[in-house]
Design a protein around this ligand. Structure first.
Ligand code: UTP
Length: 277
């Protein structure tokens, strides 16, 4: 019923320069796995196995990562090192990948609109892989939690978390009516508000489920904050016309687009996942 997931990976990653000058931000490794692979694994766990990537210039390494490297396969096949390929082989076996390009970096809304040709007329997930979302062993991944909700409510859903006052200006922020524990019907959204204009402390993070009418809405959405086509503005139109839900997910999110968040994620994954085996 919902099988596709879009990964907008075209952004410049300026906060991580110079590391991201010639290397995609999404290929930065948290311990030994690139950020984008964590996102794809979360998507596969949710049953979204049709992966569409919206790439741009300088992002070829992402496509190569999910493609066969025959020389490497040949080199380490049958050796003790072969186990290092297990996780990426699993991903390649379970999911299908398609790629399209965003020619001009005109914002997240525009990147998602570029994915229209990969998605068609179906509901779909969106993962911003620089937001690394991890759950403890008991909870399902964040996208799987959201797919469950989608099956029940059949409308667009954004993942949210509470953020402190000094960080609120970095996020899209919602105002909503709580319809059940941790689930809100959105009635207002503001992109990167000053603290005094923020309607709440509930900030949108990089996980969405979108219904396909969002594409027409984005086409009619003019550039907003920072001159970029903002997905938040399009979602606001969708919320006015129908329904958008905001879900306070179970788990932790690390902003791996920032150096601080990336280091925090690295320490967390090393201690809780890598060392724990
Ligand atoms: P960010 O806001 O993190 O922007 O984008 P960025 O360019 O990647 O990073 P900074 O701020 O310059 O350091 C959020 C997500 O949206 C994608 C990015 O790749 C990232 O996954 N994106 C953003 C696009 O694909 N295209 C765009 O035009 C903008």
């Amino acid at each position: 019923m919902i099988k596709k997931c879009l990964f907008p990976v075209a952004g410049y990653g300026t906060r991580f320069l110079p590391a991201t000058k010639a290397m995609p931000k999404e290929m930065l490794p948290v311990v030994n796995k690139p950020l984008v692979q964590y996102g794809v694994e979360e998507s596969i766990e949710a049953g979204l196995i049709d992966i569409g990537m919206v790439t741009g210039r300088g992002k070829r390494a992402i496509a190569d990562h999910f493609d066969m490297n025959y020389e490497l396969e040949h080199q380490i096949s049958g050796s003790a090192k072969e186990e290092y390929l297990t996780s990426i082989r699993n991903v390649m076996h379970k999911a299908d990948f398609s790629f399209t390009r965003q020619v001009e970096m005109r914002g997240l809304g525009d990147a998602i609109l570029n994915g229209k040709r990969l998605i068609g007329d179906e509901p779909f997930g969106v993962v911003l892989s620089d937001d690394l979302c991890l759950t403890n062993g008991e909870d399902e991944g964040v996208m799987a939690q959201m797919v469950k909700l989608y099956k029940q409510f059949r409308c667009s859903i954004v993942a949210i978390q509470e953020v402190p006052d000094d960080l609120i200006h970095k996020f899209g922020v919602i105002d909503g009516e709580q319809i059940k524990d941790g689930l809100y019907q959105v009635n207002n959204m503001v992109e990167k508000p000053a603290l005094e204009d923020a309607p709440s402390n509930l900030a949108i993070i990089g996980r969405y489920i979108l219904t396909p009418d969002i594409f027409d809405i984005i086409e009619d959405t003019p550039p907003g904050k920072n001159g970029e086509v903002q997905i938040t503005d399009a979602l606001m139109t969708q919320a006015k016309n129908g329904c958008v839900l905001a879900y306070k997910f179970k788990g932790r999110r690390f902003d791996c687009g920032s150096v601080e968040g990336f280091v925090e994620a690295t320490n967390y994954v090393f201690e809780n996942i890598y060392q724990a085996g």
